[in-house]
Write a protein that binds this ligand. Structure first.
Ligand SMILES: Cc1cc2nc3c(=O)[nH]c(=O)nc-3n(C[C@H](O)[C@H](O)[C@H](O)COP(=O)(O)OP(=O)(O)OC[C@H]3O[C@@H](n4cnc5c(N)ncnc54)[C@H](O)[C@@H]3O)c2cc1C
Length: 305
């Protein structure tokens, strides 16, 4: 039987030769050989096991909002979590969310339930699974403060990991760049708050972002990590790189920490621009910028140990 037939048996929402442009907010990338959308945790586990058994490259994708995909595509299986989108309240201050629930949906859910602690995430365009992997944050908030536990599938077993085992750091967790496990769901612990105040906080955060980060083009948000007091956007600007272009990849004139796709940017143009920025910043400030974005390319085997 073909891989496509096998995958379709596990998961009806399976596609062959699917453009990565349509799966990433950067709108960049070649063709993925297979894309599957599991609808239940059991399907997610089965697809993951199948990739290991058949030695197929595999990449777990949330909303694709922190990913730069290769122009040559991906000769393996993209497991897209977007249909794992169940959300429920499990105690007065706790909610459980499937890995693919969008942060914006969780923020709305919390506001309606009078739960505070996530307002900073209102318009970060990622899923909760991706947010845990990246320890996403903004306005002095970060996901690690509200995560209680994470259910993962790894080495053929399902495990519930408490926050103490997730080793959160700035835009980093135990899952960043790990290929041997997939997050299935997340339990968040919030605090009780007044819905009016929560909604006011959300509005304030959304307005603050609009004035500084509304870059008007496809992007993956900030390309580089902050390192202590080093703010990449400031260094990039001081190197005179605002508006710098390679093909259709451009350093945003609105926020120098973003690279935007003016329409037809390729992964290699973005990578070349990243290289140029790193070199110029290093030559001027002796600071080695580190990428926050994840590169989706080539060899990416899920491992069973
Ligand atoms: C306009 C814009 C603004 C942004 N602003 C911010 C911001 O303010 N703060 C911030 O922190 N980030 C920001 N980001 C980046 C991004 O939205 C966050 O990092 C987000 O949390 C990524 O979630 P995602 O679902 O899109 O993950 P993806 O980009 O799909 O994946 C990111 C990584 O997580 C892995 N992954 C995803 N889901 C799972 C899973 N279920 N199991 C295992 N691994 C998984 C992927 O393999 C990949 O390595 C912004 C991006 C954009 C485009």
């Amino acid at each position: 039987m073909s891989v496509l037939t096998d995958l379709k048996k596990i998961c009806t929402h399976t596609f062959e030769n699917f453009s990565l442009r349509s799966l990433t907010t950067f709108k960049i990338g070649g063709i993925a050989k297979y894309v599957v959308y599991p609808e239940q945790a059991a399907q997610l586990r089965e697809v993951f096991d199948y990739c290991i058994e058949k030695d197929l490259d595999c990449f777990v994708l949330g909303a694709g909002s922190n990913v730069l995909a290769d122009d040559n595509g991906f000769d393996g299986v993209i497991i897209c979590t977007k249909k794992l989108n169940q959300i429920s309240k499990i105690s007065p201050c706790r909610i459980r969310a499937g890995a693919g629930v969008l942060l914006s949906s969780i923020v709305r859910f919390c506001a309606a339930e009078g739960l505070t602690g996530l307002e900073w995430a209102a318009n970060i365009p990622g899923t909760i699974g991706g947010a845990v992997v990246m320890n996403a944050g903004a306005f002095h908030g970060q996901i690690s403060t509200v995560v209680e536990s994470v259910t993962v599938y790894t080495s053929g077993k399902t495990e519930i990991l408490p926050k103490s085992k997730l080793f959160f750091d700035y835009r980093h967790s135990v899952f960043t760049n790990s290929k041997n496990c997939v997050i299935m769901e997340v339990v968040l612990k919030l605090k009780k708050g007044s819905p009016e105040q929560i909604n006011a906080n959300i509005r304030q955060n959304v307005l603050a972002r609009a004035s500084t980060q509304n870059v008007g083009y496809a992007s993956a948000g900030s390309v580089f990590k902050r390192q202590g007091k080093v703010i990449p956007a400031r260094l990039i600007e001081e190197c005179g790189l605002k508006g710098e272009r390679i093909g259709d990849a451009m350093v945003s004139p609105v926020h120098s920490g973003y690279i935007v796709n003016l329409g037809k940017a390729t992964g290699s143009q973005v990578s070349a621009l990243i290289k140029k920025i790193k070199e110029r910043v290093f030559n001027k400030f002796h600071e080695q910028l580190e990428c926050e974005i994840i590169f989706l390319k080539g060899e990416n085997k899920c491992k069973d140990s």
